[in-house]
Design a protein around this ligand. Structure first.
Ligand code: DGY
Length: 323
C-alpha cells in the first residue's frame, strides 16, 4: 500500500521523527526555519498531511491553494489559533491538536514563573551574573510571599486545573476561577475553587492571576488597561497561554507605573520578537515559550500527533480532532 506523504514543518524529537519516517513517506524541514506563505501553499498542494506548530502562520492566504492535496493538519501543540479555522473548514481539512500530554509541564512552568516573579529570582540571577551581589542583608531583593495567597485562574481547562492543583495543594493557595462555561462542582471541589462570572470580578480578589485560556481573535487583548487597573497594586500577572491575550503596551505601562507589582510571561504577541517596552520593565520575568519544553512532553506531543495521523489514514476519526 502507498504510504501517505507527510510534511513536518519543524524538527521534532529524534524518536518521533524516526517513527514518522517508518510509518509514512515523511519529509522534514531540515533547515528548521518557519515556512513562508508561499512554501505553505506548495506543501498543501503536495502532501497528504502537513504537521505544523505554533510558529507556523496558517492564515487564509497561506491556505489559498487552487488544488489542495492536504487533508489533515496534525498540529504539534494544544493551541491552534495560528490556523485559520474558517479556511480549514471551508477546504474540508481536518485539524487535530495534542491536549493532555503537555498540561503538567506547562503548569509546572507557570508555577515556576509565578515563584520567580514573586521572589525576584530573575533579578537575583542577573545580579550574580553581573557580579553585583554585595552580600546578605535584611532589605535585599525582598519579594512577596506566595504560600497562602489567592490565585486567580482564567481559563479552567486541563492546564488551568493543573496550575490550580499545584498552587492549592503545594502552596496552600486559595483558588478563584473564571471560565467561559460553568465548571462542574466536583472539578472545582478538587482545589476548593470558587468560580466567578467575569474577569472584572476575579481581578480585585487575587494576589496572582494566571492565564490559561485559548488565544486567537476572540481573546485578543482580553487583558488591557481596564482589567489591569482592577488588580491589586501588590498583585502579579502570569501568562503561559498566548501572547495576544494581553495588550503588551498596557501591561508595560502598568509595570512601569507599578499599578501592579509584576508580571511573568512565557508567550508574546508577535514572538519571537519582544516589544522593546517590555525589555525596560525590571518587575517582569520573561522566558522564551518553554511551557511544554521537557524531553518527555515534547516526545509525547509528537507521538500524540502520530496517533492522530494513524487513525486518520486508517479511516477512523482522530481522537484529538478540533476541526
Ligand atoms: C501549545 O501546545 O499550545 C504550546 O504553546 C506550543 O504550541
Amino acid at each position: 500500500m502507498v504510504k501517505p506523504r507527510i510534511f513536518v514543518t519543524r524538527r521534532w524529537p529524534a524518536a518521533v521523527e524516526q517513527t514518522l519516517a517508518e510509518r509514512f513517506d515523511t519529509v522534514l524541514n531540515t533547515g528548521d526555519k518557519p515556512l513562508s506563505a508561499e512554501q505553505f501553499r506548495t506543501a498543501l498542494s503536495s502532501y497528504d498531511a502537513v504537521l505544523p506548530t505554533v510558529t507556523d502562520n496558517l492564515c487564509s492566504q497561506a491556505m489559498d491553494v487552487p488544488k489542495l492535496r492536504t487533508k489533515i493538519l496534525a498540529n504539534y501543540g494544544v493551541g491552534y489559533s495560528h490556523i485559520d479555522a474558517e479556511t480549514a473548514v471551508r477546504h474540508n481539512i481536518t485539524v487535530t491538536n495534542t491536549p493532555d500530554v503537555l498540561s503538567q509541564c506547562t503548569a509546572d512552568l507557570a508555577m515556576t514563573l509565578l515563584l520567580m516573579v514573586a521572589r525576584r529570582a530573575g533579578e537575583g540571577v542577573l545580579e550574580i551574573h553581573k557580579n553585583a551581589w554585595t552580600g546578605w542583608r535584611p532589605t535585599h531583593l525582598v519579594g512577596a510571599k506566595v504560600s497562602g495567597k489567592t490565585l486567580g485562574v482564567i481559563g479552567y481547562g486541563r492546564i488551568g486545573q493543573e496550575m490550580a492543583k499545584r498552587a492549592h495543594h503545594g502552596f496552600d493557595m486559595k483558588i478563584i476561577v473564571q471560565n467561559r462555561s460553568r465548571i462542574a462542582p466536583e472539578v472545582l471541589a478538587r482545589c476548593n475553587a470558587t468560580q466567578v462570572d467575569t474577569i472584572e470580578q476575579l481581578m480585585p480578589l487575587c494576589d496572582f492571576v494566571s492565564l490559561h485560556c485559548p488565544g486567537g481573535a476572540s481573546n485578543r487583548h482580553m487583558i488591557r488597561t481596564a482589567q489591569l487597573e482592577l488588580m491589586k497594586p501588590a498583585a502579579f500577572l502570569i501568562n503561559t497561554a498566548r501572547g495576544e491575550i494581553i495588550n503588551e503596551h498596557d501591561l508595560a505601562q502598568a509595570l512601569w507605573f507599578e499599578t501592579i507589582s509584576g508580571a511573568a510571561l512565557d508567550v508574546f504577541d508577535g514572538e519571537p520578537n519582544i516589544a522593546p517596552k517590555l525589555l525596560d520593565c525590571k518587575n517582569l520575568v520573561m522566558l522564551p515559550h518553554l511551557g511544554s519544553a521537557t524531553r518527555e512532553t515534547r516526545e509525547a506531543m509528537g507521538f500524540r500527533v502520530l496517533d492522530n495521523l494513524t487513525d486518520f489514514f486508517s479511516g477512523l476519526s482522530p481522537r484529538d480532532r478540533v476541526l
